[in-house]
Design a protein around this ligand. Structure first.
Ligand code: GLP
Length: 262
């Protein structure tokens, strides 16, 4: 795992956009795993501005609420359409989000896993992190080898997403989510976290012990995972100086140290 610290949220989102753009240019038929959440708004704005060619790309979103129609503006399908898919040249048939209205949810989870496998697996998985330490909707005690399945949402997550539903009690209680094991099979993972509200959970996820109580700690076992944070989300990390040195000196990051051009 590597941790990269940028001064603020726009700079952190810009770096992730540039990492993703470089991978997409190198492999135009990239299989991209996508995430939702407020943190991703700046990133998707940036990707839309960059006018990248998504025409050969396939995408798989991490999760979807059970019981919400794709047309419901609070669904992750609708928010992805608005935040990204409608703004870039991706083929809508190439964009995949679990169907939270499927009559047989277990069959839907299996279908989703099979679709990922048929696409050749995920090349680049984008992640946010929830206050509970979840990736996707892998709430505390999610098995670190779990696959796509239905998961009950924790009270912490309901509170975090309450604003979208007009109260924590109105947040759907269940979601379909890729499993931790599914996510870990991605060839590359980039997690983006910004703001002071993420400082404590980022410190636990990155520098704490690996535990099923915090599914993001599984990323410590991944061979190619970068955690991109802003100063605020980095505030509780013990080894900040070391992480800053890496971005400022390691050759791998040299192209990304230069000022951004669209
Ligand atoms: C939801 C999603 C997660 C996301 C999290 C962070 O819970 N299921 O994939 O990481 O939100 O949300 P935000 O970026 O709004 O803090």
């Amino acid at each position: 795992m590597e941790v990269i610290i940028r001064p603020d949220a726009p700079a952190a989102a810009d770096l992730v956009a540039r990492i993703l753009a470089a991978d997409l240019r190198a492999k135009p038929d990239l299989v991209l795993g996508l995430a939702t959440g407020r943190t991703m708004d700046l990133l998707y704005d940036r990707l839309a501005q960059m006018r990248l060619d998504f025409s050969h790309c396939h995408t798989f979103n991490l999760d979807e609420y059970v019981g919400l129609a794709p047309t419901d503006p609070r669904s992750y399908r609708a928010s992805m359409n608005k935040a990204l898919f409608d703004r870039v040249n991706i083929n809508p048939d190439h964009t995949h989000v679990p169907n939270g209205l499927a009559p047989d949810l277990d069959a839907e989870c299996l279908r989703y896993e099979n679709l990922i496998a048929q696409s050749g697996g995920i090349d680049f998985q984008l992640l946010g992190i929830g206050q509970s330490g979840h990736i996707g909707f892998n709430e505390p005690l999610s098995a670190l080898q779990s696959r796509t399945r239905v998961k009950a949402l924790s009270p912490t997550t309901a509170a975090q997403n309450a604003a979208f539903f007009g109260g924590a009690d109105k947040v759907p209680r269940r979601a379909i989510t890729m499993g931790v094991g599914t996510i870990m099979e991605s060839r590359r993972i980039v997690l983006l976290a910004t703001g002071p509200g993420k400082a404590e959970i980022i410190a636990q996820a990155v520098e704490g012990p690996i535990t099923a109580m915090i599914s993001a700690t599984a990323l410590q076992l991944h061979r190619r995972c970068v955690v991109v944070v802003d100063n605020a989300a980095a505030a509780a990390l013990k080894e900040q100086e070391y992480y800053r040195w890496i971005f400022d000196n390691e050759p791998e990051w040299e192209p990304f140290r230069r000022p951004s051009t669209l």
